[in-house]
Design a protein around this ligand. Structure first.
Ligand code: SF4
Length: 364
C-alpha cells in the first residue's frame, strides 16, 4: 500500500476541528467533473436473515405476517419487467444472509425445488439475463469461494458492506447477535471475490459504536484488498441513522461534520486509485451536495420504482432531484452500470455478461 498518510495522520484528520478542516479539504483533489449513479431496482428476495444487527431496519421475523419469506420467480420477473419499462439497468438482489438456515426459508426453497439459497439466487440471476435487459448485482452477504464462483457467472458485479473491520463490535449491540458480521469472515469473502475477479462494491457504516481508529483501520483494510486484487470499484461511506423501531434506537446520530471528515479520509486513502467514494443520497438528502465537495463522486444505486429496503424511512430522491442537486454543486450527473466501465472487459466478465454490458453501455 503506497499511502501518503500514516494511520495516525488519518485518525487525526477525523479529529480535525473547524480551523484544521480547511487545510484538510485542501488536500483532496476535487477534479471530478461527473458524479455517477446506477438506475436500479432493489429486489429483496427474502427478508429473513440469520444475523440480528442492532441497527437493522431490513430483517423481519418469520412470525411477521408482512415478511417476505422468499419471492417466487414469477414475482421477481414481474418486478424486473416493470424495472425494464422504467429504463433500469441494474437488478439489485439484496437479502438476508444465510436465510436458508431458517426452517421457513429452507422449506420454501424445497417447495420451489432448490437445495439452498445460492442455487436459487443463481437461477434468479439466470432468469434476469435470459428474460430481461437488466444486469444482476447480488448483495447477499458472505459467500464461500465456491458459491461466489457460481454467482460470478451470472452477475455483472457483486457487493457486501464490510461495515467495520473491528472484532470489538462483535461484543457490542451492533454485531453481538450477528455471526456473519465477523470481520475475518467478511474480509475473506471480499478477498475471494477478488481472487475470482468479481467487480465488487463494499463500504463502511459509521455511528455503530466504532472508534476513529477503527474507521481508518476499516478503510485501510479495504484499500489493502484493492491493492491485492484490484476489484474494489467503489467504497460506500454510510452513516447509521437511528429509527424508533430498532434496538439501537437511542444512539446519537453521526454529525454532518463527522461524516464530512470520514468522506475526506476515504477519498485520501483512495486518492491515487480510480475507486469511487459513494454517498447514498437518500440518507442525507438535505446535505448531500456537501459530500461532493469532500470527495464523494458517486450516488450509488438509485431506483425510480422501488424503495431502499435497508433504509425504508429514507426515500431516494427522484432522478430529476438528483440531477438538480448535482448540477447545482457544479457537476454533471452521469448514469453508469452496476459494473464500472474499467471492468467491462473479458478479464472480468464472461462472454455473455460482457456482450450484455457492452450493449447496455450504448444506452447510457
Ligand atoms: S443488517 Fe443485514 S445482516 Fe444485519 S440483521 Fe439486518 S439484514 Fe441481516
Amino acid at each position: 500500500m503506497n499511502q501518503k498518510y500514516t494511520k495516525e495522520e488519518l485518525v487525526s484528520f477525523l479529529d480535525a476541528e473547524k480551523g484544521d478542516f480547511t487545510s484538510l479539504i485542501n488536500k483532496i483533489p476535487l477534479d471530478d467533473e461527473f458524479i455517477t449513479y446506477s438506475k436500479n431496482v432493489f429486489i429483496p428476495l427474502t427478508e429473513i436473515c440469520r444475523n440480528d444487527c442492532g441497527y437493522c431496519n431490513f430483517k423481519k421475523t418469520p412470525e411477521d405476517d408482512e415478511a417476505i419469506i422468499l419471492k417466487t420467480k414469477e414475482e421477481v420477473l414481474e418486478d424486473l419487467k416493470v424495472a425494464e419499462k422504467y429504463g433500469c439497468k441494474e437488478a439489485m438482489f439484496a437479502f438476508g444472509e444465510d436465510a436458508d438456515c431458517e426452517e421457513v426459508v429452507k422449506n420454501r426453497l424445497e417447495e420451489f425445488g432448490y437445495e439452498n439459497m445460492t442455487d436459487y439466487v443463481v437461477d434468479i440471476c439466470r432468469m434476469t439475463l435470459d428474460e430481461t435487459t437488466l444486469l444482476p448485482h447480488t448483495n447477499g452477504g458472505n459467500y464461500s469461494y465456491d458459491d461466489l464462483a457460481k454467482l460470478k457467472e451470472v452477475n455483472a458485479s457483486m457487493g457486501m458492506m464490510l461495515e467495520n473491520s473491528s472484532e470489538r463490535l462483535m461484543k457490542l449491540p451492533a454485531h453481538k447477535k450477528s455471526p456473519g458480521k465477523d470481520p475475518k469472515v467478511r474480509l475473506e469473502t471480499i478477498a475471494n471475490a477478488g481472487k475470482l475477479k468479481i467487480a465488487y462494491t463494499t463500504g463502511i457504516l459509521i455511528g455503530i459504536g466504532e472508534t476513529k481508529e477503527e474507521i481508518v483501520d476499516s478503510l485501510l483494510a479495504i484499500r489493502d484488498l484493492y491493492d491485492k486484487y484490484g476489484h474494489i470499484q467503489e467504497v460506500i461511506i454510510q452513516n447509521f441513522t437511528p429509527t424508533p423501531t430498532i434496538e439501537m434506537n437511542d444512539v446519537e446520530p453521526v454529525t454532518l461534520f463527522d461524516m464530512m471528515k470520514a468522506v475526506v479520509v476515504g477519498k485520501l486513502i483512495f486518492e491515487d486509485t480510480p475507486v469511487s467514494i459513494q454517498i447514498p443520497p437518500n440518507l442525507n438528502y438535505e446535505t448531500a451536495q456537501v459530500f461532493l465537495l469532500c470527495g464523494g463522486d458517486d450516488w450509488g444505486g438509485v431506483s425510480p420504482i422501488s424503495i431502499d429496503f435497508v433504509n425504508p424511512t429514507s426515500p431516494w430522491p427522484t432522478l430529476d432531484e438528483l440531477e438538480k442537486i448535482t448540477k447545482n454543486a457544479g457537476y454533471e450527473l452521469n448514469e453508469r452500470l452496476c459494473i464500472y466501465e474499467r471492468y467491462i472487459n473479458s478479464e472480468w466478465l464472461n462472454d455473455e455478461l460482457l456482450e450484455k454490458a457492452l450493449s447496455l453501455t450504448e444506452h447510457l
